[in-house]
Design a protein around this ligand. Structure first.
Ligand code: SAM
Length: 302
Protein backbone atom coordinates (compact mmCIF):
# COMPACT_ATOMS: atom_id res chain seq x y z
CA UNK A 1 0.00 0.00 0.00
CA UNK A 2 1.29 3.46 -0.70
CA UNK A 3 0.63 6.19 1.82
CA UNK A 4 -0.87 9.64 1.89
CA UNK A 5 1.08 12.16 3.87
CA UNK A 6 -1.86 14.08 5.23
CA UNK A 7 -5.35 13.29 6.42
CA UNK A 8 -8.15 15.35 7.91
CA UNK A 9 -7.85 15.96 11.66
CA UNK A 10 -10.10 13.67 13.69
CA UNK A 11 -10.27 12.14 17.15
CA UNK A 12 -7.46 9.67 17.74
CA UNK A 13 -8.75 6.21 18.73
CA UNK A 14 -7.27 4.47 21.76
CA UNK A 15 -5.80 1.84 19.42
CA UNK A 16 -4.04 4.55 17.46
CA UNK A 17 -2.77 6.07 20.69
CA UNK A 18 -1.43 2.64 21.78
CA UNK A 19 0.37 2.21 18.45
CA UNK A 20 1.88 5.70 18.70
CA UNK A 21 3.00 5.07 22.30
CA UNK A 22 4.55 1.69 21.49
CA UNK A 23 6.28 3.15 18.41
CA UNK A 24 7.77 5.92 20.54
CA UNK A 25 8.81 3.55 23.32
CA UNK A 26 10.52 1.11 20.93
CA UNK A 27 11.76 3.74 18.51
CA UNK A 28 9.77 2.01 15.77
CA UNK A 29 8.91 3.58 12.41
CA UNK A 30 6.47 1.88 10.07
CA UNK A 31 8.04 0.59 6.87
CA UNK A 32 6.12 1.28 3.68
CA UNK A 33 8.21 -1.41 1.98
CA UNK A 34 6.64 -4.05 4.27
CA UNK A 35 3.07 -2.84 3.69
CA UNK A 36 2.84 -1.62 7.27
CA UNK A 37 -0.54 0.09 7.66
CA UNK A 38 -1.78 -0.74 11.14
CA UNK A 39 -5.45 -1.00 12.07
CA UNK A 40 -6.72 1.64 14.48
CA UNK A 41 -10.41 0.72 14.50
CA UNK A 42 -11.32 -1.80 17.18
CA UNK A 43 -14.65 -2.64 15.55
CA UNK A 44 -12.87 -3.74 12.35
CA UNK A 45 -10.50 -5.93 14.38
CA UNK A 46 -13.51 -7.62 16.05
CA UNK A 47 -15.27 -8.12 12.72
CA UNK A 48 -12.23 -9.88 11.21
CA UNK A 49 -11.89 -12.15 14.25
CA UNK A 50 -15.63 -12.90 14.24
CA UNK A 51 -15.70 -13.61 10.50
CA UNK A 52 -12.86 -16.12 10.91
CA UNK A 53 -15.24 -18.39 12.91
CA UNK A 54 -12.31 -19.29 15.18
CA UNK A 55 -13.30 -21.46 18.13
CA UNK A 56 -11.56 -22.60 21.34
CA UNK A 57 -10.45 -25.86 19.75
CA UNK A 58 -8.92 -24.18 16.71
CA UNK A 59 -5.38 -23.32 15.71
CA UNK A 60 -5.29 -19.76 14.33
CA UNK A 61 -2.40 -18.68 12.14
CA UNK A 62 -2.07 -14.94 11.74
CA UNK A 63 -0.02 -13.49 8.91
CA UNK A 64 1.63 -10.14 9.68
CA UNK A 65 0.55 -9.39 13.28
CA UNK A 66 2.27 -5.99 13.32
CA UNK A 67 1.89 -4.76 16.90
CA UNK A 68 -0.61 -7.47 17.73
CA UNK A 69 -4.02 -5.78 17.59
CA UNK A 70 -5.74 -8.68 15.82
CA UNK A 71 -3.54 -11.19 17.68
CA UNK A 72 -5.02 -9.92 20.99
CA UNK A 73 -8.55 -10.53 19.78
CA UNK A 74 -7.88 -13.92 18.25
CA UNK A 75 -5.89 -15.06 21.31
CA UNK A 76 -9.13 -14.75 23.31
CA UNK A 77 -10.95 -17.02 20.88
CA UNK A 78 -8.47 -19.70 19.70
CA UNK A 79 -6.95 -22.74 21.40
CA UNK A 80 -3.59 -21.71 19.99
CA UNK A 81 -2.28 -18.83 17.89
CA UNK A 82 0.81 -18.77 15.70
CA UNK A 83 1.66 -15.28 14.46
CA UNK A 84 4.15 -14.97 11.58
CA UNK A 85 5.88 -11.60 11.34
CA UNK A 86 8.80 -10.83 9.01
CA UNK A 87 9.88 -7.55 10.62
CA UNK A 88 12.37 -8.41 13.38
CA UNK A 89 11.89 -4.98 14.98
CA UNK A 90 8.33 -6.01 15.91
CA UNK A 91 9.31 -9.31 17.51
CA UNK A 92 10.39 -7.94 20.95
CA UNK A 93 7.19 -5.87 21.10
CA UNK A 94 5.03 -8.89 20.27
CA UNK A 95 6.96 -11.24 22.59
CA UNK A 96 6.60 -8.86 25.52
CA UNK A 97 2.88 -8.27 24.84
CA UNK A 98 2.14 -12.00 24.77
CA UNK A 99 4.76 -13.15 27.31
CA UNK A 100 2.15 -14.45 29.74
CA UNK A 101 0.04 -16.22 27.13
CA UNK A 102 1.76 -19.49 26.38
CA UNK A 103 -0.77 -20.40 23.69
CA UNK A 104 0.46 -17.49 21.51
CA UNK A 105 3.57 -18.31 19.51
CA UNK A 106 5.44 -15.58 17.64
CA UNK A 107 7.53 -16.63 14.64
CA UNK A 108 9.94 -14.24 13.00
CA UNK A 109 9.83 -15.28 9.36
CA UNK A 110 8.72 -14.45 5.86
CA UNK A 111 5.40 -16.18 5.27
CA UNK A 112 6.32 -16.74 1.63
CA UNK A 113 9.25 -18.88 2.83
CA UNK A 114 7.32 -20.70 5.55
CA UNK A 115 6.64 -24.38 5.10
CA UNK A 116 2.98 -24.07 6.13
CA UNK A 117 2.24 -27.80 6.12
CA UNK A 118 5.20 -28.45 8.45
CA UNK A 119 4.16 -25.54 10.68
CA UNK A 120 0.62 -26.87 11.00
CA UNK A 121 1.90 -30.39 11.63
CA UNK A 122 4.17 -29.21 14.45
CA UNK A 123 1.66 -26.82 16.06
CA UNK A 124 -1.67 -28.56 15.74
CA UNK A 125 -1.61 -30.08 19.24
CA UNK A 126 -3.34 -27.78 21.74
CA UNK A 127 -2.48 -27.37 25.45
CA UNK A 128 -5.27 -29.87 26.22
CA UNK A 129 -3.28 -32.49 24.30
CA UNK A 130 -6.02 -32.66 21.65
CA UNK A 131 -5.47 -31.92 17.98
CA UNK A 132 -6.95 -28.64 16.72
CA UNK A 133 -10.38 -29.11 15.15
CA UNK A 134 -9.84 -26.46 12.47
CA UNK A 135 -6.92 -24.43 11.20
CA UNK A 136 -7.96 -20.81 10.65
CA UNK A 137 -5.71 -18.50 8.68
CA UNK A 138 -6.23 -14.79 9.10
CA UNK A 139 -4.57 -11.43 8.84
CA UNK A 140 -4.49 -7.89 7.60
CA UNK A 141 -2.22 -8.77 4.72
CA UNK A 142 0.70 -6.73 3.43
CA UNK A 143 -0.88 -5.64 0.13
CA UNK A 144 2.30 -5.74 -1.93
CA UNK A 145 2.24 -9.57 -1.73
CA UNK A 146 -1.45 -10.39 -1.29
CA UNK A 147 -1.77 -12.61 -4.37
CA UNK A 148 1.45 -14.61 -3.84
CA UNK A 149 0.50 -15.26 -0.19
CA UNK A 150 -3.04 -16.29 -1.07
CA UNK A 151 -2.04 -18.52 -3.97
CA UNK A 152 0.66 -20.17 -1.84
CA UNK A 153 -1.92 -20.96 0.88
CA UNK A 154 -4.31 -22.40 -1.69
CA UNK A 155 -1.96 -24.26 -4.02
CA UNK A 156 0.00 -25.92 -1.21
CA UNK A 157 -3.24 -27.47 0.08
CA UNK A 158 -2.20 -26.92 3.67
CA UNK A 159 -5.34 -28.38 5.19
CA UNK A 160 -6.79 -25.13 6.60
CA UNK A 161 -10.56 -24.76 6.96
CA UNK A 162 -10.74 -21.05 6.23
CA UNK A 163 -8.81 -17.92 5.33
CA UNK A 164 -10.08 -14.55 6.56
CA UNK A 165 -8.09 -11.61 5.27
CA UNK A 166 -8.10 -7.90 4.79
CA UNK A 167 -7.06 -7.03 1.26
CA UNK A 168 -7.31 -4.06 -1.07
CA UNK A 169 -11.02 -3.48 -1.87
CA UNK A 170 -10.40 -3.91 -5.57
CA UNK A 171 -8.73 -7.29 -4.94
CA UNK A 172 -11.62 -8.37 -2.67
CA UNK A 173 -14.04 -7.54 -5.49
CA UNK A 174 -11.99 -9.54 -8.00
CA UNK A 175 -11.68 -12.58 -5.72
CA UNK A 176 -15.42 -12.76 -4.97
CA UNK A 177 -16.70 -11.76 -8.46
CA UNK A 178 -19.13 -13.97 -10.36
CA UNK A 179 -19.15 -14.61 -14.15
CA UNK A 180 -20.52 -11.68 -16.15
CA UNK A 181 -19.24 -9.04 -13.76
CA UNK A 182 -16.63 -6.44 -14.70
CA UNK A 183 -14.24 -7.64 -11.98
CA UNK A 184 -14.45 -11.37 -12.77
CA UNK A 185 -11.07 -12.61 -13.95
CA UNK A 186 -8.30 -15.20 -13.62
CA UNK A 187 -7.93 -14.50 -9.88
CA UNK A 188 -11.68 -15.08 -9.30
CA UNK A 189 -11.52 -18.44 -11.08
CA UNK A 190 -8.29 -19.50 -9.35
CA UNK A 191 -9.59 -18.72 -5.84
CA UNK A 192 -13.09 -20.09 -6.50
CA UNK A 193 -11.55 -23.36 -7.69
CA UNK A 194 -10.34 -23.86 -4.09
CA UNK A 195 -12.88 -21.95 -1.97
CA UNK A 196 -16.35 -20.65 -1.40
CA UNK A 197 -15.86 -16.89 -1.15
CA UNK A 198 -17.65 -14.30 0.98
CA UNK A 199 -17.26 -10.52 0.88
CA UNK A 200 -17.54 -9.59 4.56
CA UNK A 201 -16.93 -5.91 5.06
CA UNK A 202 -15.76 -2.67 3.48
CA UNK A 203 -13.06 -0.87 5.45
CA UNK A 204 -12.31 2.80 4.74
CA UNK A 205 -8.69 3.92 4.52
CA UNK A 206 -9.16 6.05 7.66
CA UNK A 207 -9.15 2.82 9.73
CA UNK A 208 -5.35 2.59 9.41
CA UNK A 209 -2.19 4.47 10.23
CA UNK A 210 -0.55 5.62 8.10
CA UNK A 211 -3.65 6.23 5.96
CA UNK A 212 -3.23 4.27 2.73
CA UNK A 213 -4.32 5.58 -0.68
CA UNK A 214 -6.71 2.69 -1.23
CA UNK A 215 -9.78 1.39 0.58
CA UNK A 216 -9.82 -2.16 1.91
CA UNK A 217 -12.23 -5.01 2.47
CA UNK A 218 -12.38 -8.20 4.51
CA UNK A 219 -13.10 -11.48 2.77
CA UNK A 220 -13.73 -14.94 4.20
CA UNK A 221 -12.77 -17.99 2.17
CA UNK A 222 -14.02 -21.46 3.11
CA UNK A 223 -11.73 -24.11 1.70
CA UNK A 224 -13.60 -26.77 -0.26
CA UNK A 225 -12.93 -30.41 0.53
CA UNK A 226 -12.91 -31.16 -3.17
CA UNK A 227 -12.83 -28.78 -6.14
CA UNK A 228 -16.21 -27.75 -7.61
CA UNK A 229 -15.23 -29.20 -11.01
CA UNK A 230 -13.52 -32.43 -12.05
CA UNK A 231 -10.41 -31.93 -14.14
CA UNK A 232 -8.23 -34.23 -16.21
CA UNK A 233 -5.36 -31.76 -15.89
CA UNK A 234 -5.25 -28.83 -13.47
CA UNK A 235 -2.33 -27.34 -15.42
CA UNK A 236 -4.39 -27.28 -18.62
CA UNK A 237 -7.35 -25.72 -16.80
CA UNK A 238 -5.20 -22.88 -15.45
CA UNK A 239 -3.57 -22.47 -18.89
CA UNK A 240 -7.02 -22.04 -20.48
CA UNK A 241 -8.03 -19.51 -17.80
CA UNK A 242 -4.80 -17.54 -18.13
CA UNK A 243 -4.92 -17.45 -21.91
CA UNK A 244 -8.63 -16.55 -22.03
CA UNK A 245 -8.22 -13.61 -19.64
CA UNK A 246 -4.82 -12.66 -21.09
CA UNK A 247 -6.74 -10.75 -23.75
CA UNK A 248 -10.08 -10.27 -22.03
CA UNK A 249 -11.46 -7.81 -24.61
CA UNK A 250 -11.05 -10.38 -27.39
CA UNK A 251 -13.55 -13.11 -28.20
CA UNK A 252 -12.58 -16.54 -26.89
CA UNK A 253 -12.10 -17.60 -30.50
CA UNK A 254 -9.26 -15.08 -30.83
CA UNK A 255 -7.91 -15.20 -27.28
CA UNK A 256 -7.57 -18.99 -27.28
CA UNK A 257 -6.26 -19.38 -30.81
CA UNK A 258 -3.06 -21.44 -30.71
CA UNK A 259 -3.87 -23.21 -27.43
CA UNK A 260 -2.83 -26.88 -27.51
CA UNK A 261 -1.31 -26.25 -30.95
CA UNK A 262 -4.78 -25.67 -32.47
CA UNK A 263 -5.24 -23.31 -35.39
CA UNK A 264 -8.04 -20.76 -35.42
CA UNK A 265 -10.58 -23.03 -37.10
CA UNK A 266 -9.88 -25.89 -34.68
CA UNK A 267 -10.16 -23.45 -31.75
CA UNK A 268 -13.63 -22.51 -32.99
CA UNK A 269 -14.56 -26.19 -33.22
CA UNK A 270 -13.21 -26.85 -29.74
CA UNK A 271 -15.40 -24.09 -28.29
CA UNK A 272 -18.48 -25.24 -30.17
CA UNK A 273 -17.92 -28.86 -29.11
CA UNK A 274 -18.12 -27.63 -25.49
CA UNK A 275 -21.32 -25.71 -26.19
CA UNK A 276 -19.52 -22.36 -25.94
CA UNK A 277 -20.26 -19.70 -28.55
CA UNK A 278 -16.80 -18.66 -29.90
CA UNK A 279 -17.78 -14.96 -29.86
CA UNK A 280 -18.18 -14.97 -26.08
CA UNK A 281 -15.56 -13.35 -23.88
CA UNK A 282 -13.65 -14.91 -20.98
CA UNK A 283 -15.50 -12.90 -18.35
CA UNK A 284 -18.76 -14.71 -19.20
CA UNK A 285 -17.42 -18.24 -18.64
CA UNK A 286 -18.25 -20.18 -15.48
CA UNK A 287 -15.81 -22.51 -13.76
CA UNK A 288 -17.68 -25.50 -15.26
CA UNK A 289 -17.28 -24.08 -18.77
CA UNK A 290 -13.53 -23.54 -18.27
CA UNK A 291 -13.36 -27.11 -16.95
CA UNK A 292 -15.25 -28.48 -19.98
CA UNK A 293 -12.82 -26.66 -22.27
CA UNK A 294 -9.72 -27.91 -20.46
CA UNK A 295 -11.03 -31.49 -20.28
CA UNK A 296 -11.88 -31.48 -24.00
CA UNK A 297 -8.37 -30.19 -24.76
CA UNK A 298 -6.87 -32.96 -22.64
CA UNK A 299 -8.55 -35.64 -24.75
CA UNK A 300 -6.51 -37.18 -27.54
CA UNK A 301 -7.65 -36.83 -31.15
CA UNK A 302 -9.32 -33.45 -30.79
N1 SAM B 1 -1.95 -6.97 11.74
C1 SAM B 1 -1.46 -5.62 11.91
C2 SAM B 1 -2.62 -4.66 11.95
O1 SAM B 1 -3.67 -5.00 11.38
O2 SAM B 1 -2.51 -3.59 12.52
C3 SAM B 1 -0.46 -5.23 10.83
C4 SAM B 1 -0.94 -5.37 9.40
S1 SAM B 1 0.15 -4.66 8.21
C5 SAM B 1 -0.98 -4.31 6.89
C6 SAM B 1 1.00 -6.05 7.51
C7 SAM B 1 2.00 -6.76 8.43
O3 SAM B 1 2.61 -7.83 7.69
C8 SAM B 1 3.16 -5.89 8.92
O4 SAM B 1 3.35 -6.09 10.29
C9 SAM B 1 4.38 -6.38 8.11
O5 SAM B 1 5.60 -6.22 8.79
C10 SAM B 1 4.01 -7.84 7.93
N2 SAM B 1 4.65 -8.47 6.76
C11 SAM B 1 5.01 -7.89 5.59
N3 SAM B 1 5.55 -8.79 4.76
C12 SAM B 1 5.52 -10.00 5.42
C13 SAM B 1 5.96 -11.32 5.09
N4 SAM B 1 6.52 -11.58 3.91
N5 SAM B 1 5.80 -12.30 6.01
C14 SAM B 1 5.23 -12.03 7.23
N6 SAM B 1 4.82 -10.80 7.59
C15 SAM B 1 4.95 -9.80 6.70
Amino acid sequence: MSQRHKRPKQAVSSMEQDIRNASRKHDFRMAKSLGQNFLTDASVVSRIAEASETGPKDLAIEIGPGMGALTEEIARMAGKVVAIEVDDRLIPILRSTFALRSHVIIRNEDVLETDMRALIESERTLASGEDAEHVRILGNLPYYITTPILMKLLEERIGASSITIMVQKEVAERITAKPGSRTYGALSVAVQYFCETEYVLDVPNTAFIPVPKVDSAVIHLRLLEKPPVELISEALFFDCVKKSFGQRRKTLHNALSGIGGLDKQQTGQLLLSCGIDPVRRAETLSLSEFAALANRLAQPGL
